[in-house]
Design a protein around this ligand. Structure first.
Ligand code: 4AD
Ligand code: MG
Length: 431
């Protein structure tokens, strides 16, 4: 038995092969049955001709229910007219399980709440399968890029005693009688690790109890967080743009079937080449005001503002040097202008919003103590973080890239909830 995956069919034209998979759909035209089979690597049409198979195989086709698990053997044929490029002339079908005949996700349209309730089954459909495969490629390419550039992976803890990105959206847990929080970011630990190993990164889940019901927010999302010793704000942005270029080009190279399934406009992705444009926050405010957006200096950008700004470019754009009061306590103030900080948000094109937040970090002990006090953060909780400024402190920088927003942009998916296998949002913790 020549067991192959559907995506490998191109290398087996004319051969008899076996595919283990599931029945996605079927139709019948008299003496011919058409079975759409999926196996996780792709979809293909199997043709069953009455006079060319055993009677019981042909009868089985009549009975097969949607999502029944089957092992199908047949000859691979090239077929230009087929959307899959290949067909399987079926010789035999072994039934593994006849699925219950009340499969909830029929092939008609369903509402999104119904689909999310059935997320464990929804992920079997072509579009979701394509998005999740591209998510895998995004994660794989990020790790490839960082590993090839001498970053060491350091896993930050998930249970933490203190906050980093603001105190308002923490998930609190009881840690043997002590208050603890689910991590909002692994950054502070990456800073410690950068002083030990030079260039490091974490990759893991992040938790924010944000009560935002937007298409860009999840309460549990995945983030990659590189951190680099002896690297300033400007060099930090160069790493970010190279990483994003690498991700997009890897997806273009390795996920053409999935991009086609999603109907993605490839020409938009092909343009994602370094360097990316940079706008200071000041320039962004001026541009917004000139175009009828009323935003005052000192306020954070809202999503309509970000969408307008990103629409001015066909590449991601860095918005740099925000007012310190919009940003977290740890960001390095600009030398000649301390009311702004050396940070950058990278906004994806096509209105997908901020995919990266990054900055140079404060490396001076006294300044960091001052900033913690200004933000009313409990200094004793940060004693270990302050140690990093006591013992061989150096300028250093890093950033966090959100996986789901990056996947939403690359796959042109409206809402980030489809870009994570099992989304956690304000109104959803199941399945
Ligand atoms: O800008 P943020 O909050 O930055 C940090 O957490 C830094 N400590 C990272 C660092 O410098 N090491 O978050 C970084 C990215 C955002 O740009 C966005 O892509 C994503 O994380 N993100 C979210 N994604 C989905 N849902 C949410 N609620 C998100 N919040 C942030
Ligand atoms: Mg941010």
């Amino acid at each position: 038995m020549n067991l192959i995956k559907i995506k490998e069919m191109k290398d087996h034209v004319g051969e008899e092969v076996t595919i283990n998979g599931w029945l996605y759909n079927k139709r019948s035209s008299g003496k011919i049955k058409f079975l759409i089979i999926r196996d996780g690597s792709g979809f293909v049409q199997g043709i069953v001709v009455k006079n060319e198979v055993d009677e019981n195989v042909f009868e089985l086709c009549d009975k097969l229910t949607q999502e029944s698990s089957i092992s199908v053997s047949g000859i691979v044929r090239k077929d230009e007219r087929s959307p899959f490029g290949f067909e399987l002339t079926v010789k035999n079908i072994d039934l593994i399980q006849m699925a219950f005949n009340d499969y909830p996700i029929s092939l008609k349209e369903h509402g999104v709440d119904f689909l999310l309730d059935n997320r464990h089954l929804w992920i079997r459909t072509p579009r979701q399968q394509a998005i999740l495969s591209i998510r895998h490629e995004v994660i794989k390419s990020i790790q490839e890029f960082l590993n090839n550039n001498d970053f060491v992976r350091i896993d930050s803890p998930i249970i933490t005693p203190s906050t980093c990105e603001g105190t308002s959206d923490l998930f609190q847990i009881d840690y043997f009688g002590e208050n603890a929080y689910l991590s909002q970011t692994g950054q502070l630990y990456q800073e410690a690790a950068a002083m030990a190993l030079g260039k490091v990164y974490s990759f893991g889940p992040t938790f924010r109890a944000e009560k935002s019901k937007t298409r860009r927010h999840l309460n549990e999302f995945w983030m990659v967080e590189p951190e680099m010793a002896f690297v300033d704000h400007y060099a930090n942005m160069e790493v970010q743009e190279k990483l994003v270029e690498y991700i997009v080009q890897s997806v273009l190279e390795n996920c053409s079937r999935e991009l086609k399934e999603l109907g993605r406009d490839l020409s938009k992705l092909e343009k994602i080449k370094t360097p990316f444009p940079r706008l200071t926050y000041d320039e962004a405010i001026e541009l917004l005001n000139k175009n009828g957006y009323e935003i005052q200096w000192g306020n954070d950008l809202g999503s309509p503002d970000e969408t307008f700004l990103s629409n001015q470019f066909d590449k991601p754009v860095f918005i740099t040097e925000y007012p310190a009061k919009c940003k977290a306590f740890y960001m390095q103030p600009k030398e000649d202008r301390p009311e702004v900080v050396l940070c950058a948000d990278l906004l994806a094109p096509e209105g997908y919003g901020e995919i990266i937040g990054g900055s140079q970090r404060i490396h001076d002990y006294d300044l960091l103590v001052k900033r913690l006090k200004e933000e009313n953060l409990p200094i004793d909780m940060y004693d270990w973080y302050l140690d990093l400024r006591k013992y061989g402190t150096v300028p250093h920088s890093g950033f966090g890239l959100g996986i789901e927003r990056t996947v939403a942009w690359i796959t042109n998916t409206e809402h980030v909830r489809e870009c994570i296998p099992f989304p956690r949002t304000l109104s959803r913790i199941r399945p």
